[in-house]
Design a protein. Structure first.
Length: 367
């Protein structure tokens, strides 16, 4: 396996559209890195440039310390798993997995050994003589992964491989690909638009938007310490609540207020960076799961929000509540046994040790 280095990678198309702007990332040997972001953010274009399927406008790609900008895709020692499986319908599972090795002139004995080993790892031993049409979507995706495994490449590239599967199968395949990574100790670059996939699978996550890298970090770093509003809103489900307001001082204490009926005390550890925003606009971020049940339904100054219940989504062990403050709709995730009545006021407390503040113009986190 190998380290992959992307240095100032840029892709501009002939019509002037820049899909990827100055991307610099290092994927360490044996690391599982996920590129995540909304549609059109440049993640797949970045992956295709690594694969050699997309021409680079500027920048460098190094695989195992070797510059591969002008190296043909088949000579980069990478294997790519596509979203649509790309299997040959007239070939058996065995032949689909073996075909690439046959083209490279690998001996029949070695091909058989590799295919059967991959089939065993992926639970496909009983299907090696079957055609793709009789397989489920999950089994077809396993064949596509098996075709990559038998190559024994330096780097595996996955381009949204689970997006065609149903929800239950996606969860199962997520676990299987993660298990595969630990078995093979492989270097993997994985592209998805699904932040849950990214959070559950990646050693590190690269969040992209508008062709640029917004933040790189472990799943917990991105969740607890987002670099900006975009990352804060993209990572987490339901997304973080963003409330616009100002900072005011009362009785020598700083408070965030939306100038309507939300007033939250600023925690002491944030007072120093926040004081430059006194009487100025600021954005408060609070995750739905960082609200606390107000058992007595009594307002606590600086910690509570009272709002009318608009929608209740029972989720089994938890409920998502959509509360209307009169100026904002906030999402709250709580462990409740009874649904609060629609249209009635409901009081929740905020864990103000977990709130975030963002600059309204730069959108960067205020730390």
């Amino acid at each position: 396996m190998a380290k992959v280095e992307l240095k100032n990678l840029t892709k501009t198309y002939p019509d002037g559209v820049t899909a990827v702007k100055d991307v610099t990332i290092t994927i360490e040997d044996k690391e599982f890195v996920v590129l995540v972001g909304p549609s059109g953010c440049g993640k797949t274009t970045t992956l295709r440039m690594v694969a050699g399927l997309e021409e680079i406008t500027s920048g460098e790609i190094l695989i195992d310390r070797k510059l591969v900008n002008n190296v043909h895709p088949k000579d980069r020692d990478i294997a790519m798993v596509f979203q649509n499986y790309a299997l040959y319908p007239h070939m058996t599972v065995y032949k689909n997995m073996a075909f690439g090795l046959m083209l490279r002139g690998v001996s029949k004995q070695e091909i058989d050994k590799r295919v059967r080993e991959a089939g065993e790892i992926l639970g496909l031993t009983d299907y090696l003589n079957a055609k793709p049409r009789v397989l489920s979507g999950g089994q077809r995706q396993r064949v596509a992964v098996g075709r990559a495994i038998v190559r024994n490449p330096k780097v595996f590239l996955f381009d949204e491989p689970l997006s065609n599967l149903d929800a239950k199968m996606r969860v199962q395949m997520r676990a299987e690909i993660s298990k595969l990574h630990h078995q093979l100790k492989a270097t993997i670059i994985y592209v998805t638009h699904d932040q849950i996939e990214a959070m559950t699978m990646g050693d590190r996550i690269v969040v992209m938007n508008n062709g640029t890298v917004q933040q790189v970090g472990t799943p917990l770093e991105l969740y607890h310490k987002p670099a900006n509003k975009f990352v804060a809103g993209f990572i987490g489900s339901p997304p973080m609540n963003m409330i616009e307001g100002i900072i005011v001082v009362k009785n020598e204490k700083m408070y965030f207020t939306d100038t309507h009926n939300i007033e939250i005390i600023v925690p002491e550890n944030l007072e120093e960076p926040i004081k430059t925003y006194i009487n100025k606009k600021i954005v408060l971020g609070i995750r739905p799961e960082d609200f606390i049940i107000n058992q007595n339904q009594v307002l606590q100054k600086g910690l509570s929000i009272s709002a009318d219940v608009e929608v209740v989504e029972p989720m089994g062990s938890e409920m998502n509540l959509y509360l209307n403050t009169g100026k904002n709709i906030i999402t709250v995730k709580l462990k409740l046994t009874n649904e609060p009545p629609i249209g009635k006021p409901f009081i929740v407390n905020i864990d103000n040790g977990k709130i975030h503040f963002f600059d309204p113009i730069s959108e960067q986190t205020i730390i």
